[in-house]
Structure formats: structure tokens, C-alpha cells
Design a protein around this ligand. Structure first.
Ligand code: PAF
Length: 279
């Protein structure tokens, strides 16, 4: 595995691979890798000839009160994991390499970026789309792999790629869960044992919504209410939102007649967790 820190080196490496006719798969990450990330790397490995992974804790997607400074950065461990997965290129730029002073250009996917997490994290998705657009220009992948856990992020990136005619195929892979149902997340590392236990309520609420749907309930409001009743059993988790939305537009769905996304976000202690399921 070649470790690259500069934009110029990353671009040279990916262009050389593509010149040889190789299909380049790309997994953008912020590090603190878990099985969810590794499942994306394995999918990229299976579908592409060459795999590039980026590790960059993107300051632009963190709000002023958020966890940028304490976000876990176990770089050596991450690097070993990626080596074992047969990754070809690890791109790990410094913040000054990605954002030299004076940059004032942003990419915003209007209307989608202020929904779901975008409502409670203003500017978050603008930060995500700006860095992902930059990474796509640097790495120039044929395919890029994202996790379904960040379903709104995936929808917003799909829309950015469509609207800006970016020549990248977006693959979205299923959520990877712990054996007890907790969705894998780098932020799970923050959870104290009692918070981790309480956090399971998010998955339980989604499961209840899915059960009600499977039993024939189609009204969005009733489904949300059934999920909220489950969440109320765990007062240690503070709900941010539980919504049922169109998976592409992220607009609320009143009556479910086609695929819908049930998305939940809540705080266990000070840790913000998200999860979702598709109906
Ligand atoms: O999903 C993430 O880890 C980040 O939002 C991403 C896509 C790597 C952009 O910083």
C-alpha cells in the first residue's frame, strides 16, 4: 500500500493506474475505521482493479460546538487495517493541503442539505459535499463507495454527482451492525457502557416502525408515532429526529406507496448517533 499525503502525488498515482486501463474504486473516510468502512473497501476491491482510500477528518463538516478536536485519529491502526485489505493507495492529506488559506468555494446541494441531520447540523452537508467534490477531483475514481448508515449523505452525494455531471458511479452499501443491532460508527467509541446500552433503542424504534409497516400500516404519522413510543422507553436517549422521507429527495412521506427511508438521530450522553432502515 502506497501512502500519499499530497494532492499532486495522489493524482499522479491514480492517473497512472487509469492510464493502464485499471478501474479505480475509492472509499472516502475520516478514519477510526470499523467493519462498516472495511465492508466498503471489500466491495471496492471486488468491483475494481485498484482501490484508493482517503483518511481526512474534514474540519468543514464539523460545527463550532462539535467534536472535531476529539474525533478519534488512530492512524497507525487504520493504516494496518487497510494494508490487510489489500488497499493500493492511502491518501491522508493534512488540513492545509486540502484547505490552503483563502479558499472560498463551496459545493452546496440546495434543498436537500438542510433536511434530516442538515437541520440540526447547519453547514454539515455543505462541508461534506465540498470535500467529497474535492476528493473526486483529486482521486478521479470510476466508482466511489459510501455507507447506507449516512443515508442523507448518500442521497446528497448522488444528487451532487448527477447535477454536476461528475463521471463517478456511486455505490451505497448496507449498514453493518454489531451483533446486538447497534449500527457501527466511529462515534460509538465515545459511548460509556450505559450509554451504549441505551443507544440500542434507536435500532429498536426502527424495528418497530418496520414491523408496523410489515403489518400493513402505511400512514407516515402513525409509523413515526409507533417508533416514538419505543424511544420514550429510554429517556437517557434524547431524540433529535425520527422521520420517514423519500430516499432521494429527503422530503417527508405522508403515505408510503413507494420505497421510503426511516431515519433517526439521537444523543446518548453527548454522542450524536444516527441510524435508518428502508421500507
Ligand atoms: O462519511 C464520512 O466519513 C464523511 O462524511 C466523508 C464522506 C468521508 C466526507 O468527509
Amino acid at each position: 500500500m502506497k501512502s500519499l499525503q499530497t494532492i499532486a502525488d495522489m493524482r499522479t498515482a491514480s492517473r497512472a493506474a487509469r492510464r493502464e486501463g485499471k478501474r479505480l474504486g475509492f472509499v472516502p473516510t475520516m478514519g477510526a475505521l470499523h467493519e462498516g468502512h472495511l465492508s466498503l473497501v471489500r466491495a471496492a476491491r471486488a468491483q475494481c482493479d485498484v482501490v484508493a482510500v482517503s483518511i481526512f477528518v474534514n474540519p468543514l463538516q464539523f460545527g463550532p460546538q462539535e467534536d472535531l478536536a476529539k474525533y478519534p485519529r488512530p492512524f497507525e491502526r487504520d493504516s494496518e487495517l487497510l494494508k490487510k485489505e489489500g488497499v493500493d493507495f492511502l491518501f491522508a492529506p493534512a488540513p492545509e493541503e486540502m484547505y490552503p488559506g483563502g479558499a472560498v468555494t463551496y459545493v452546496t446541494v440546495e434543498s436537500l442539505s438542510d433536511k434530516l441531520c442538515g437541520r440540526s447540523r447547519p453547514g454539515h452537508f455543505r462541508g461534506v459535499t465540498t470535500v467529497v467534490a474535492k476528493l473526486f477531483h483529486i482521486v478521479e475514481p470510476d466508482s466511489a463507495f459510501f455507507g447506507q448508515k449516512d443515508a442523507a449523505q448518500a442521497a446528497i452525494i448522488r444528487r451532487m454527482v448527477r447535477d454536476l455531471n461528475m463521471p463517478v458511479e456511486i455505490a451505497v452499501r448496507p449498514i453493518v451492525r454489531e451483533p446486538d443491532g447497534l449500527a457501527m460508527s466511529s462515534r460509538n467509541a465515545y459511548l460509556k457502557p450505559d450509554e451504549r446500552k441505551s443507544a440500542l433503542i434507536l435500532h429498536r424504534a426502527l424495528t418497530e416502525v418496520k414491523n408496523q409497516f410489515d403489518q400493513g400500516q402505511r400512514r407516515g404519522a402513525a409509523l413515526i408515532e409507533s417508533g416514538k413510543q419505543v424511544l420514550a422507553q429510554e429517556p437517557a436517549v434524547r431524540l433529535d429526529y425520527l422521520e420517514i422521507v423519500d430516499p432521494d429527495t429527503l422530503d417527508p412521506t405522508e403515505v408510503i406507496t413507494r420505497p421510503a427511508l426511516v431515519a433517526v438521530a439521537g444523543f446518548a450522553g453527548t454522542t450524536r448517533l444516527i441510524d435508518n432502515t428502508l421500507l
